[in-house]
Design a protein around this ligand. Structure first.
Ligand code: GAP
Length: 455
């Protein structure tokens, strides 16, 4: 674990770095942006992919009891009637009679507009689902909803997956994908937006074993964040009180992170009981049961659901990785990403642009990029280039210098310790691999650091 210099990270600093270095931009910015929609730039898209892949690896690839799914975003509208979203996916909304700004009711406890002090209206219920139309005619019968959660795509495919994989309880179905909510109060950068991506898994268990599996998944999800480098002091679990449980939930825990605006929900683990399969079975008339060999009966499984946002997780990884360290030139801004998440794994940096170094530098770059997401940079001083890589969280830099032409060796510099070691070019990829945590420890030369168990 790398110590940090900064006690607290301001959100503005993270937003500014994201814009400056090409992680995240305001959506359609040339037209003034669109409220709380964001676009991921060249580094952001890599980081996002790494977050999603780390989740898929833990939830699907490394398990025997979970399979994947990729359902359509638009689903039969009856889905959202059965799930309770048409009736209940609402927030109480109030409007200022003077400036017409709208607020969620709980944001105006003293009954006056927080913006202008004007009088506010009585609350009315506002459904958070975005509507659109299928086909050329905009009529009520053609209304469909942009899914507000990916979970329902899994429930409506329960029988398809069961029959095609011959899975037995307990087993899970995982999917990642976009979800949409017309949030009344989006904000805090990518924390709460109207278009976001979820990573959800529905784990189907025998009724009676649900409490044990619930505790299991609460622990697994907490450890996933810690294993990817989030400091444990910045993570905590919060159990929902009975009066705040969602309509489908028998029990619920939030994994919370200490974001710049305070402790907030990062992910959630819910015991959904048999609510969803029961509702869809009744609503569709289909059999959504699993045969239990022990009792010889068909049962409606209970569901444990670990759910998390890709964007929100990415924000936590960014905030937790961010640091500013004093150094001889002022300040070193560095993202201490876990190597599994770092958008660029290795930078190849020739000491200078001298043409004598170019052929070997290009050759080293060609060899490294075959195995790792690599960036080549030969512009400006080597010190500035190290700083540029630190700022985007590249764990390792490889420097090719004039000595390399003589001894066929290069220097590896570590982002966190800034230690440098010299290694023979033919062993470079094996050593980089070990340092990025992909190979066993033994191959590491003296003084190396390593991260366990990730690609
Ligand atoms: N299927 C359960 C479900 O959707 P949720 O607590 O509403 O539960 C799960 O959402 C996760 O999705 C949240 O913990 C959060 O990480 C992410 N999420 C929800 N709404 C979001 C929003 N408006 N913007 C970004 N992420 C959001």
């Amino acid at each position: 674990m790398t110590e940090r210099t900064l006690d607290k990270v301001e959100m503005e600093k993270v937003v500014s770095l994201c814009k400056r270095r090409g992680f995240i931009f305001p959506s359609s910015e040339i037209y003034g942006g669109l409220g709380s929609f964001w676009d991921y730039g060249p580094l952001g898209v890599e980081l996002k992919r790494n977050v999603r892949e780390a989740w898929w690896r833990a939830m699907v690839q490394e398990r025997d009891d979970v399979v994947g799914l990729d359902a359509a975003i638009l689903m039969h509208p009856q889905t959202w009637v059965a799930s309770g979203h048409v009736e209940g996916f609402t927030d109480p909304l109030v409007e200022c009679k003077a400036c017409h700004q709208r607020w969620r009711d709980d944001m105006v406890p003293d009954g006056v507009c927080p913006a202008c002090g004007g009088e506010i209206t009585e609350p009315r219920m506002f459904n958070l689902m975005f509507k659109t139309f299928v086909g050329p005619v905009e009529r009520e019968a053609a209304v469909v909803y942009l899914r507000p959660e990916t979970a329902q795509g899994i429930f409506v495919n329960f029988a398809n997956v069961l029959n095609s994989t011959r899975s037995k309880l307990p087993f899970g179905i995982a999917q990642t994908g976009k979800a949409f909510r017309n949030e009344i109060t989006p904000g805090n950068f990518i924390f709460r937006t109207r278009e976001f991506e979820q990573m959800e898994m529905e784990f189907f268990v025998k009724p009676g074993s649900d409490e044990e599996w619930f505790q299991y998944w609460v622990n697994e999800r907490f450890e996933w964040y810690a294993g990817l480098g989030i400091r444990r002091d910045n993570l905590r679990l919060r159990q929902h009180a009975p009066d705040e449980l969602a309509h489908y939930a028998r029990g619920c825990y939030d994994v919370e992170y200490l974001f710049p605006m305070g402790w907030s929900e990062l992910g959630v683990i819910a015991n959904r009981g048999d609510f969803d399969l029961g509702q869809h079975a009744r609503s569709s008339g289909q059999n959504l049961t699993s045969f239990d060999e022990e009792s010889g009966e068909h049962i409606v499984p209970y569901v444990i659901e670990p759910s998390a946002g890709v964007d929100r997780s990415l924000l936590a990884f960014l905030v937790d990785a961010y640091d500013e360290e004093p150094d001889k030139n002022g300040t070193r801004t560095v993202l201490h990403f876990h190597p599994a998440l770092a958008p660029i794994k290795v930078a190849v940096l020739p000491l200078s642009r001298n043409e004598k170094l170019a052929p070997l530098s290009r050759e080293v770059y060609a060899g490294v990029r075959k195995e790792f997401r690599t960036q080549f940079d030969d512009a400006q001083s080597i010190g500035r280039r190290y700083r540029r890589q630190d700022e985007i969280g590249t764990p390792l830099s490889v420097t090719v210098d004039f000595q390399s032409l003589e001894d066929n060796m290069v220097t590896i510099r570590e982002r966190d310790s800034m230690k440098q070691i010299r290694v023979p070019i033919p062993t470079l990829n094996v050593i980089l691999s070990a340092k990025l945590g992909r190979e066993p420890m033994e191959v590491l030369p003296e003084g190396g650091i390593y991260w366990a168990g990730f690609e």
